[in-house]
Design a protein around this ligand. Structure first.
Ligand SMILES: Cc1ncc(COP(=O)(O)O)c(C=O)c1O
Length: 396
């Protein structure tokens, strides 16, 4: 009998393994078209700043890092949000993690049991694994073809009320993965106001903050986060183009972060000092301000280009205004699984919609006819070949 409880890898990895089996290559290798992958270009984007390419190391960097993050980086992160969104964060409102997902897992694992999560039916694949493995109770808010994947915040409140539970924790990616649907300033204002109520809390995942026009954060609607039941997730993974630095952060009320910090003392030991030093270079004002502007603009134009091309091939477009994905319905009743099998022959892949189903209905999922096409890692020059591969797969 095994010692570990069997647990499958998160959905996207199933595609990686199936692709490798079918093609003998890893998706992302030269010559492949990794439109299933959620990573950004790690090279300079048109109009963007050069990315720092060296890192000094001293004996201080070999010491254990501070449990909640290096003070210089926490200060730079707080300063960045205050400068762009007019909030009043201090270093006590910031804690560093080894990426966005570890921050989410720590929060969901440490959260009070009576907080019931409300989550949209179509969301970021690993939320389902996280909720399940952290033993959370959750309520599904319809997000499907009928409401064009655009449930309102009131739908969250209603679904929660119907559940009969007392306290609610709204969990949402914004801009949304896979849909790109993005809460507007009036929604964020309302959401921020609700998080001052004692029975309402929110965990807003802003991994795609830069991938909206303009970039946005719920923190633009918060003066003193210590007065809100609100956590915000950020990461250097997407907008700062450094997924390999494995650096993310949780922003929240200082008294809650005081508790969260303890997680690091027994379960993490801080995160790599070298990564934090690298990310500190990315937070240098001239770099981050230029990156923020260029990423928003470049990926905005790529979103338009990819989504328009797919529409002209007969896909139905449900994509919102943010992120680096096109969220599309396949034509002629085709399933995403069959479409991917055909794409593999072109050394290409997409993410099948059913992997974003927070009810994990598998082949019975209504999302089996939807695909998430990632243009995150694609250059301007990749476009024609990507569309040709998709066109060929549609033909059989
Ligand atoms: C919605 C969302 N949140 C968070 C992340 C952060 O990922 P990481 O743990 O790689 O920083 C991602 C990356 O795919 C994402 O799509």
């Amino acid at each position: 009998m095994s010692m570990l409880q069997p647990r499958d890898p998160m959905g996207i990895y199933q595609i990686l393994f199936a692709f490798a089996k079918e093609t003998g290559s890893y998706i992302g290798d030269p010559g492949t078209r990794p439109m299933s992958q959620g990573f950004p270009l790690t090279t300079r984007v048109p109009g963007g700043p050069e990315l720092p390419s060296s890192l000094p190391v001293t004996h201080l960097d070999r010491m254990y890092p501070k449990a909640d993050g290096t003070p210089a980086l926490k200060k730079a992160i707080a300063g960045y949000y205050n400068r762009h969104y007019g909030c009043q964060l201090t270093t006590d409102n910031v804690m560093l993690f080894a990426g966005g997902r570890p921050g989410l897992v720590a929060l969901l694992w440490m959260m009070q049991k009576d907080l019931r999560i409300s989550i949209e039916e179509t969301e970021y694949t690993p939320y389902w694994d996280m909720l399940r493995h952290c033993g959370r109770e959750w309520t599904i808010v319809p997000s499907n073809e009928q409401n064009r994947f655009r449930p309102s915040l009131d739908d969250h409140r209603k679904a929660h009320k119907d559940s009969g539970a007392a306290r609610q924790m709204l969990l949402r990616s914004n801009p949304g993965n896979p849909t790109g649907v993005t809460l507007q300033p009036s929604d964020l204002d309302k959401l921020s106001a609700w998080t001052r109520e004692s029975s309402f809390a929110a965990l807003i995942d802003e991994a795609y903050e830069f991938f909206a026009e303009p970039p946005m954060s719920v923190l633009a609607h918060v003066k003193n986060i210590d007065e809100h039941n609100l956590f915000v997730i950020g990461a250097a993974t997407k907008g700062l183009q450094a997924p390999g630095a494995r650096t993310g952060w949780v922003i929240g009320p200082s008294k809650e972060l005081e508790t969260l910090k303890n997680f690091s003392s027994y379960g993490m030991g801080g995160i790599s000092q070298l990564s934090q030093n690298y990310v500190l270079q990315l937070f240098e004002q001239s770099h981050i301000d230029a990156a923020r502007h260029a990423i928003s603009k470049f990926y905005g134009s790529q979103r338009h280009r990819y989504c328009e091309a797919l529409k002209s091939l007969g896909f139905v477009d449900y994509t919102g205004t943010g992120g680096f994905y096109c969220w599309m319905k396949l034509p002629n009743g085709l399933t995403a699984a069959e479409f991917n099998r055909r794409l593999f022959r072109q050394k290409a892949a997409i993410l099948p919609g059913e992997l974003c189903d927070m009810q994990r209905r598998g082949e019975a999922s209504p999302l089996r006819h939807f695909i998430r096409v990632s243009f995150g890692p694609r250059t301007v020059e990749d476009f024609d070949g990507d569309i040709a591969a998709i066109k060929a797969a549609l033909q059989g």
